[in-house]
Design a protein around this ligand. Sequence first.
Ligand code: URA
Length: 242
Amino acid sequence: MGAERIDKLLANTGRFSRKEVKELIRRRQVSVNGALVLRPETKVEPEGAVLRVAGEEIPCGGFTYLMLNKPAGVLTATEDRRQTTVLDLLPPELRRRKLAPVGRLDKDTEGLLLLTNDGVMAHRLLSPNYHVDKVYLAETEGTVDAADVAAFAAGLTLGDGTLCQPAGLEAVGENLCLVTLREGKFHQVKRMLAQRGKPVRRLKRLAMGPLKLDESLEPGAFRPLDGPEIAALTRCCGLPEG
Ligand code: URA
């Protein structure tokens, strides 16, 4: 990546609008490698640069990472002629950044959805080779029992012959369970629980590897990942940090 304007780099993180960056620079809150930035047009080579806003280090390796609390009723797609997609929930300046959802949640599934334009990370987070656990909270008809837990642990075979890798299952209340998967087959949680006679009524993703849903996000709200969250995801899929 070549040198970029500082206002563009900071706006690309999803944390500030260009207007906010200008104001922060005017208030002398922005520095690069320890030197104050005085003009929004200042060009910065992002590789290895340390950018700070009001003293806080802002990772800006050029990629954008957003956490969305996906509401039910919205499609996990980048565009659709008729239905609202997760990209439609973002403001125009973020929609322009070629962000894509990492994995697919069904239209009626809620919860953690990562949106990024870092294709390598997205691929690794979804690949079974990198063993990234996805954790779901499912509300079911009936409560899962020890036989269901054992069947999940052994690896279920679905009605159509699809083999599932061993998965975690834990009852956490009446009609409530946590499911932990390392793969993402079509409707997998719903099909696995249905196979055990416990159809899903409501499904929410809580975590993806080290990334946990920020429960302070209302359904439909999003926020950029912070530095430690990006670093943890980078580590968990074996990518070099920095
Ligand atoms: N499994 C499902 O059945 N649906 C989802 O949306 C995600 C995992």
